[in-house]
Design a binder for this molecule. Structure first.
Ligand SMILES: Cc1cc2nc3c(=O)[nH]c(=O)nc-3n(C[C@H](O)[C@H](O)[C@H](O)COP(=O)(O)OP(=O)(O)OC[C@H]3O[C@@H](n4cnc5c(N)ncnc54)[C@H](O)[C@@H]3O)c2cc1C
Ligand code: FES
Length: 276
């Protein structure tokens, strides 16, 4: 169930360069959220910009959460890229903002009690969505790959090291931190060690170009691969069809990222027609 509610800003903190962490108190959303879901957020109470903006719920604390002071809170990690996120960066503690959420399908969790190997691959701000999944699964064996253009684009390194069974790999395109190259190259360079594994669960989120290059190499593999997609959104509620992606399914070729997604089987997307 999704709610249209006000959230109260607990903090809106610059992490570095153009990245921010927004923590909100909003019990209805924090209590219902699932990994991979998102909210539509109104960046200001003015009429402009008119459209809400979609943001992944990166952490959430339901009302039974052991961390008592955080109960009813959730966080968003965002990158300042345009007008809406610029306005968000000026919001301050105690202010109210209007939200709709939680929205979208979220990730499909690996079946329990089987102990599959889980791999997460995040590019840039794409780690925001994967963090919610990591938090739920962190006691399991996980291999996490995060990457960005430079050291300043590497986010949540500490958060992805909370699980004792996590192996974390980092790549930057300019080589300023971790392995030089893309996170996709780093991921595929390690993938050989899993080639005999049947039970592999791969989850990814990042720029469309990154997802497309992963899809090309994974399409023939039998593994479970889910990707959280981005798309420009109008309503976020399934009404405007402004966010559709094309799939390879001739019976159901168009799917709405806000409603049937944002998480899809990576191999189901018609990447050749995807608009970058
Ligand atoms: C399901 C979903 C979850 C998202 N989660 C996050 C998140 O956790 N953190 C985060 O920082 N961003 C996230 N985004 C992207 C975020 O919604 C956009 O960055 C934001 O809407 C930009 O608003 P703006 O007004 O600042 O930019 P605008 O002024 O609208 O646009 C500025 C520039 O950003 C580009 N842009 C805007 N929106 C998108 C988009 N959705 N995909 C690709 N390019 C875009 C535009 O083409 C333009 O070049 C998510 C998007 C979706 C669909
Ligand atoms: S944004 Fe309107 S249908 Fe998806």
């Amino acid at each position: 169930m999704a709610y249209q509610v006000d959230g109260i800003i607990i903090k809106n903190q610059k992490i570095h360069t153009s990245y921010y962490l927004l923590e909100l108190r909003c019990p209805p959303i924090a209590n219902e959220a699932k990994p991979g879901q998102f909210v539509m957020l109104k960046p200001s109470y003015l009429n402009y910009p008119l459209l809400r903006r979609p943001f992944s719920i990166s952490k959430y604390y339901p009302l039974h959460h052991p961390h008592k002071t955080k109960r009813g809170h959730f966080t968003i990690l965002y990158k300042k890229v345009g007008l809406g996120t610029e306005m968000m960066s000026h919001l301050h503690e105690g202010q109210k903002i209007n939200l709709i959420g939680p929205l979208g399908n979220g990730y499909t969790l690996p079946p329990l009690p089987s102990q599959p190997k889980i791999l997460l691959i995040g590019g840039g701000i794409g780690v925001a969505s994967l963090l919610s999944l990591y938090t739920i699964l962190k006691d399991q064996k996980m291999f996490v790959f995060i990457g960005g253009k430079t050291k300043n684009d590497i986010l949540c390194e500490k958060e992805f090291l909370q699980g004792e069974n996590t192996e974390l790999y980092i790549a930057t395109e300019d080589g300023s931190y971790g392995k030089k190259g893309t996170v996709v190259s780093l991921f595929f360079s390690k993938l050989n060690q899993f080639s005999s594994d049947k039970d592999l669960y791969i989850y990814t989120c990042g720029p469309s170009g990154m997802l497309k290059s992963m899809a090309k190499k994974l399409v023939q593999k039998r593994w479970f691969v889910q990707a959280s997609l981005e798309s420009r959104m109008g309503c976020g509620l399934g009404a405007c069809w402004g966010c559709v992606v094309k799939t390879i399914d001739p019976n159901n070729p168009y799917r709405r990222v806000c409603k049937e997604g944002p998480v899809f089987n990576l191999k189901e997307i018609e990447w050749e027609s995807y608009d970058f």
